[in-house]
Design a protein. Structure first.
Length: 315
């Protein structure tokens, strides 16, 4: 079967990383080959892996991938360094130090993270990729950056053709010309955007039942639609109800009231737009094994939703 990409979008602190690891664990328990990866600059998957996965019987079907900025830059050099040098050196008298200069330019490592997700998505090594995204503002910036890269490559190609006509130094011994490479870069940027819009991408919107959580969920939903990405499920995480324990405490009573009002606001706004799933505030931290089972029990409905999503097969 083609790989499915399950992405988790939401503001910081709503539990995306914990849900990502729990969802990956559940999918692996159902016999699927799963990669859980993060493009968060402050990743926590390694810690959560030990907490949620432990020494499970299906650990060989699970992989986790965390990439620091330095590692991302090195991978960018491996993939695009020679191509960038070839294009730039065909226009200007530069040495290979231009590779390091471009690699460390603002936005390069961020944009390349999307390429890495795309590479994993297309290599057909996994049935499911669970993608733990950074906080909402950073995630939306990645989308904007990829769109700008696609548009910029078109401008770069036109500029290259204008400049090339005035140059005497044109390298001819390479099979791929600089024009070919620029076209390839533009196509790659478009392919990444199409991956995010395709049916095999299952975006999950994650929020918490608080006024700011409601506000950001509404705005993030609009932003994703603007880029042609339609979330399949809204996960309301860490919900504390009036029937929960410790309701004799005034603070918890107030919290339950706020959560109830916020949940109602979410239900009203997203009615007929997207299905809601509530994950209660869980008493984690006592026993790793009981924590694991509790998480898996509450992640199962989300896992079933993901497993039941329609598949679009590649031509």
């Amino acid at each position: 079967m083609p790989t499915r990409l399950v992405s988790l979008w939401g503001k910081g602190g709503v539990g995306k990383s914990t849900l990502s690891v729990a969802l990956g664990s559940y999918l692996a328990s159902q016999g699927r080959r799963v990669l859980v990866l993060t493009t968060d600059p402050m990743p926590s998957l390694g810690f959560l892996k030990e907490r949620v996965w432990g020494k499970s019987a299906y650990e060989n079907r699970l992989e986790v991938l965390e990439l620091g900025e330095e590692e991302v830059i090195e991978k960018w050099k491996e993939r695009f360094g020679d191509e960038v040098y070839y294009v730039v050196s065909s226009l200007l008298p530069v040495g290979r130090e231009i590779i390091d200069y471009v690699a460390n330019a603002p936005g390069i490592s961020d944009e390349f993270l999307l390429y890495l997700v795309y590479a994993k998505f297309t290599e057909d090594s996994y049935e499911y990729i669970v993608w733990d995204l950074p906080a909402a503002s950073e995630a939306v910036r990645l989308l904007a950056l990829e769109s700008k890269v696609y548009a910029h490559m078109g401008d770069a190609f036109r500029l290259y053709l204008k400049v090339r006509g005035h140059l005497e130094k044109i390298v001819r011994h390479r099979r791929a010309t600089p024009e070919d490479l620029i076209r390839d870069w533009q196509k790659l940027a478009n392919d990444v955007l199409e991956m995010l819009r395709c049916e095999n991408h299952i975006p999950l919107l994650v929020t918490i039942p608080e006024p700011l959580g409601v506000y950001q969920a509404v705005n993030l939903y609009k932003e994703l639609l603007r880029y042609g990405i339609r979330p399949r499920l809204l996960v309301v995480n860490m919900f504390f109800s009036a029937s929960s324990e410790c309701t004799s405490c005034r603070g918890w009573i107030s919290k339950a009231r706020v959560h109830g009002q916020s949940l109602k606001a979410l239900e009203e706004h997203f009615k007929d737009k997207i299905e809601l799933h509530i994950v209660p505030c869980l008493p984690l931290g006592e026993e790793p094994e009981s924590d694991r089972q509790l998480l898996l029990r509450h992640i199962e409905p989300i896992g079933l939703k993901v497993l039941g999503a329609p598949i679009t097969r590649s031509a």
